[in-house]
Design a binder for this molecule. Sequence first.
Ligand SMILES: Nc1nc2c(ncn2[C@@H]2O[C@H](COP(=O)(O)OP(=O)(O)OP(=O)(O)O)[C@@H](O)[C@H]2O)c(=O)[nH]1
Ligand SMILES: [Mg+2]
Ligand SMILES: [Zn+2]
Length: 294
Amino acid sequence: MTKQGLILKGIGGNYEVLVEDGTKMVCRARGALRHERLSPLPGDRVLCSPQENGFVIEQILPRKNVLVRPRMANVDLIFLVLAAAPEPDLFACDKLTAIAEHLGIEVVILINKADLADASVLAGQYASIGYETRLISACDPRTSLEDILTKVRGKIACLMGNSGVGKSTILSRLFPEQEIRTGQVSQRSQRGRHTTRTVELYAVQNGFLADTPGFSLVELEEFSFLDKQQLPAAFREFSPYVEQCLFHDCSHTSEKGCAVRRAVEEGKILARRHENYCRLYEQLRGYKEWQTKK
Ligand SMILES: Nc1nc2c(ncn2[C@@H]2O[C@H](COP(=O)(O)OP(=O)(O)OP(=O)(O)O)[C@@H](O)[C@H]2O)c(=O)[nH]1
Ligand SMILES: [Mg+2]
Ligand SMILES: [Zn+2]
């Protein structure tokens, strides 16, 4: 009597699986999966079968994609959450949009805490690149978050962003009946305190929305996600120009005759996006050299 289900979260070595009939079961992973070093992730569709002491995950069905941070599978839509204040971390945002772009995952940018600072210029910038962008204030009951739920319909979505930007606050507004922990931002550093520790999927009509642990600055600096040659394609506003550079292998960082840099000078590409591109390019180059030294 094998059942198909979706992993909502990992709890210790066990997994909470939502099965077709709507019930939740706690399952262990079959030993062989562990030998294959294939650990089940939230978002995985799995086959479970009954054993003498409970249900066991027998098989992980093929994945559409895997996110490394937060660890999660089969993501269709990312809500990238920024806080309008203190100073939003735009390097993080540009790195995360690049990751999503590379993986082919749809992105909606939510600029939260709009009650604390005016972020309309920033919202306009991301909108002009082609990212659907919302200014919200999750704490304010007058901000409607209903259309977020509408977007999630039929999908597996997640909230992603630095610690303290308000991901869990958004979720607790959408799921008032659930107990979702939120945390204060540290007075001293103005940063979040990593209140959410694990990925957890919440069911909406025909879809799922995941709360995820926030990134720390160090963590975001550290993880690599693609090869530097793949980076230009991850900045969607570069695409009209990349074919027009003087050198076909142009890195778009410092070469002569670079059409991307010309577009920056002409104000067609945001200088800040290009600066973050260059910073990411340097980081990715660093990873490569570090890897070959080993
Ligand atoms: N002023 C204001 N504060 C907000 C808003 N949304 C969230 N906060 C506050 O920001 C703090 C952090 O919120 P959380 O929801 O815990 O942040 P998080 O992104 O889940 O953080 P981690 O779980 O650490 O990744 C809490 O004190 C919230 O009350 C908002 O729209 N305006
Ligand atoms: Mg949280
Ligand atoms: Zn170029």
